[in-house]
Design a protein around this ligand. Structure first.
Ligand code: MN
Length: 267
């Protein structure tokens, strides 16, 4: 059993160390993680400069790139064979709702899924003091289930853990992604030279889309488990948009022949 561990907080983050140690019960752990913090790197890939890899210990590698770079290098180059499981985390702070669109932690797990590796992102609520031991115990529990039962096609798990001691977490709840609203998201200030600068920040003030919402589970002291699908197509509205189509549907291609149709498609 081979398990890849990565994150977006950087290779020296305690959340990663605690997770890697806990997973060593299940198999051979490989750590391939960014050499510095890459929070909010989302799904960025480094294409225009070289990536450097530094081996820091047995099966521990620091990469001068993004979380998604790390997963690619690990799965396609550094490991002797693709891993049986990928875990990304434990992130400092939750990745709930549309956080998943910005999160390097979640993107690393998405990249694992794209490469065919069963993958899970693990994040823990909190600002500075984290009960990572509790988070790791739940991560291992769900990792065992993934190894035993597998994951559906193109699906990753987004696990968020409330920041409490293990004994006071109320259990695991299956949830949906919510949406958050920010107050004052762009901060405008003046630098010492009198020039204006901006800081994207703001505080989260409210949530919407609350049926089985992930943030509710966390607020109520439960672990939130959201299955995320790679296909973000809005299948329910396809018919509404079909009337915008300007090319004939594929049946026409079969009748007309592919070379003739090519010219007509460009109108
Ligand atoms: Mn992070």
């Amino acid at each position: 059993m081979r398990i890849l561990v990565t994150n977006d907080d950087g290779i020296h983050s305690p959340g990663l160390t605690v997770l890697a140690k806990a997973l060593s019960k299940l198999g051979e752990v490989w750590v391939v993680a960014p050499d510095r913090e890459r929070t909010a790197a989302a799904h960025a890939v480094t294409l225009h400069k070289p990536l450097r890899v530094q081996q820091l210990g047995t099966r521990i590698y620091a990469v001068s790139g993004t979380p998604v770079d790390c997963v690619n290098l690990a799965v396609l180059k550094l490991l002797p064979a693709p891993p049986d499981l990928l875990l990304s985390g434990i992130n400092r702070g939750v990745n709930l709702g549309d956080d998943v669109l910005y999160s390097g932690t979640v993107s690393a797990a998405m990249e694992g899924t794209i490469l065919g590796v069963p993958s899970m992102a693990v994040s823990q609520e909190g600002q500075s003091q984290f009960h990572f031991d509790a988070g790791a115990r739940y991560a291992v529990r769900i990792a065992r289930l993934i190894l035993k039962e597998g994951l559906p096609d193109e699906t990753l798990v987004n696990l968020n853990i409330p920041n409490r001691p293990f004994g006071s977490i109320t259990g695991v709840r299956v949830t949906c992604l919510s949406r958050r609203r920010f107050d004052n998201p762009i901060i405008e200030k003046m630098d010492p030279h009198g020039r204006t600068y901006y800081w994207i920040a703001g505080t989260r003030v409210s949530w919407s889309r609350s049926k089985d919402a992930d943030h509710e589970a966390i607020e109520q002291g439960a672990v939130s488990l959201t299955p995320i699908h790679l296909d973000t197509t809005n299948h329910g509205v396809l018919d509404r948009f079909r009337k915008w189509e300007t090319v004939r549907r594929p049946q026409a291609r079969l009748i007309t022949g592919s070379s003739k149709l090519k010219g007509k498609q460009r109108n």
